[in-house]
Design a protein around this ligand. Structure first.
Ligand code: NAD
Length: 324
């Protein structure tokens, strides 16, 4: 039986990935500071601990592991990574985890390692026009990410590639673009735009008002979790290294995204655009290279994926009010 380790298995993507690997017949170990918040982990073994600690990392990564997915990071939505209030922690914590993991994966001869980088590595100067952002993989330099979160991801991409070059680490790198779905953070300050918008709309009565950070004309694309998992496992099992964009090319403005969710919720709610952290003006995945190299493209439309997500969040909101 093949063995997989998921670091960050208590988080959103990690907890879904554990379920996916189990359904494929893998023996799976999950590692995280915390257990998944919204459902029981599917892992065969789950170890709680701090990956900033080298001895801990060495104790959880077993020799000759077939697949290791490194998803652990200190991260959150715009309210967490774009305010500047968490910069030192974000950089220190995530860099420390990656320094440990890269080294131990070589020592333990892990057969294939996946590293989750982010679209936040792309330079701000290519994302000023909301209707025409440039996010092809080779546009990342000269580097100018708009957040320390992005700078750490870029550093860690280079770290893993150095380990590949000097020590033969079989690493694969993806730059995720806004992954969303059920069982993600939705009300703890680490939620991202899709969950935050679903929550606001679920909590607001017809004719009410929701607040949206920025003028709402900023654009993004969003990738449904199932598509993300397909791309992640495909990339790890391929002969390619990346970095590759793993995202959707369906770009939408944030105000239009809110209107799409209103249609799904069958509600008519007013939008009040207010000042707040919003990140770059425009961002959209460019899938040209991953389509060519791995023949991967997303299956879910934004409407399909956000319908599943809205149902889950509306249920959480309902349960919260029934408890109150
Ligand atoms: P998440 O925050 O839900 O999961 C990250 C997990 O890492 C958390 O459960 C957290 O407890 C764990 N962690 C943090 N510090 C740790 C430590 N010191 N020791 C052990 N565990 C620790 O995030 P996610 O949305 O599941 O994202 C997974 C990865 O993908 C992250 O690296 C993130 O930066 C990257 N990514 C995600 C998105 C997205 O849209 N979700 C976009 C780009 C990149």
């Amino acid at each position: 039986m093949k063995k997989a380790i998921v670091l960050g298995a208590g988080g959103f993507i990690g907890s879904h990935l554990v379920k996916r690997l189990k359904s494929e017949g893998y023996w799976v170990k999950g590692v995280d500071l915390k257990l998944p918040e919204y459902s029981k982990t599917a892992a065969d073994e789950f170890v709680q601990g701090d990956l900033r600690n080298l001895e801990f990392v060495s104790s959880v990564i077993e020799k000759n592991t077939d697949e290791l997915y490194q998803l652990a990071a200190d991260m959150g939505g715009a309210g967490y990574i774009f305010t500047g209030e968490h910069d030192a922690d974000v950089m220190h914590n995530s860099a420390q985890i990656n320094l440990n993991v890269a080294r131990v994966c070589v020592e333990k001869n892990v057969k294939a390692v996946f590293y989750s980088s982010s679209a936040c590595v792309y330079p701000e100067y290519n994302q000023l026009d909301p209707l025409n952002p440039k996010c092809a993989e080779n546009t990342v330099y000269p580097a100018q990410p708009d957040s320390e979160y992005g700078w750490e991801k870029l550093f860690s991409e280079r770290l893993y590639l150095s380990y590949k070059r000097n020590y033969g680490l079989n690493v694969k790198i993806a730059r995720y673009h806004n992954v969303y779905g059920p069982e993600g953070a939705w009300n703890n300050g680490k939620e991202k735009a899709p969950a935050a918008l679903c929550r606001k709309i679920a909590q607001t009565d017809n004719g009410g008002t929701i607040e949206i950070w920025g003028d709402g004309k900023q654009t993004r694309s969003f990738l449904f979790i199932d598509d993300c998992l397909d791309a992640t496992t495909n990339l790890l099992r391929s002969v390619k290294t990346g970095p590759y964009n793993i995202g959707s090319e369906e770009m939408i403005s944030i105000n239009d995204f809110a209107k799409l969710i209103m249609r799904i919720a069958d509600k008519n709610v007013h939008i009040k655009n207010i000042e707040g952290p919003e990140g770059v003006r425009g961002r959209c995945s460019d899938n040209t290279i991953i389509l060519k190299d791995l023949n991967w493209k997303p299956i879910y439309s934004l409407e399909q994926g956000i319908s599943h997500t809205y149902s889950w969040i509306a249920k959480q909101v309902e349960q919260m009010f029934s408890k109150a």
